[in-house]
Ligand binder design. Structure first.
Ligand SMILES: [Zn+2]
Length: 233
């Protein structure tokens, strides 16, 4: 096999390794982050905190209602027990009783509101909990798929590196230096294939002399346009 064709093999392996490494990089990035889960958890926690504050509010109002009701009862008892006869005192007690009852009615309205808000939020929290659970299990599955894919790619890269060593062993150092330099200049594609008389990378048709030399596969032949090494495969 000519050096050019061996270099083409090398390039094919290198491009494949590069593609696999790129995917590995993407996998590593994906393994490190879970925006969807974090977002779902944030929404769930915020809704839970909101629910809790409404529940606490409802409980506080309920306690306050009990206190007010008790006070209203005591006031009424005193009012109707007949122990107080002073009209001014009786009037004050009546006013206090009425005021306590208004306060109780207001608190009961507030309690109803707090209970309704709690109920709405309870449903919301349940829904967000479901969304979070789904996101987490999807994430876990994806993670294990990614971990599997990562292992597979690592094995493939290792296999390709073995093949690469075999190809490199067949090449002389001048060819390898040429390949390394041209690979950098041509972004990993130093070698092009002569396809139907044209360069497979730049697409320019080669003259008959060039095409003939490539077919003979004896010397290094370059594309007349892009300067890549041409091979027949
Ligand atoms: Zn070309």
């Amino acid at each position: 096999m000519s050096a050019s064709r061996a270099l083409y093999q090398l390039q094919t392996i290198d491009l494949s390794i590069r593609k696999h490494r790129k995917r590995l990089q993407a996998i590593r990035a994906e393994l490190g982050e879970d925006e969807t889960v974090a977002d779902a958890r944030q929404r769930f926690e915020s809704a839970s905190a909101d629910l809790k504050s409404w529940q606490v509010r409802a409980r506080d109002i309920d306690l306050e209602i009990k206190r007010v009701a008790e006070k209203a009862n005591t006031t009424d008892e005193e009012l109707y027990a007949g122990r107080i006869t002073n009209p001014k005192e009786l009037q004050d007690l009546e006013q206090e009783s009425a005021s306590l009852k208004r306060r109780q009615a207001q608190l009961e309205e507030n309690l109803l509101e707090a209970m309704m808000e709690s109920e709405t939020r309870l449903a919301e929290v349940a829904e967000l909990q479901q969304i979070l659970d789904d996101a987490e299990s999807k994430w876990t599955n994806e993670q294990s798929d990614l971990v599997d894919e990562k292992k597979q790619i690592e094995a493939e890269i290792s296999g390709l590196q073995g093949k690469r060593e075999q190809v490199v062993a067949k090449l002389d150092s001048d060819s390898l230096t040429l390949y390394d330099q041209m690979s950098v200049a041509k972004r990993g594609r130093a070698i092009a294939v002569l396809q139907d008389g044209s360069c497979s990378v730049c697409g320019v048709e080669q003259n008959t002399v060039i095409a003939q030399q490539v077919r003979q596969d004896k010397a290094t032949v370059y594309c007349v346009n892009c300067g890549r090494i041409l091979v027949i495969v």
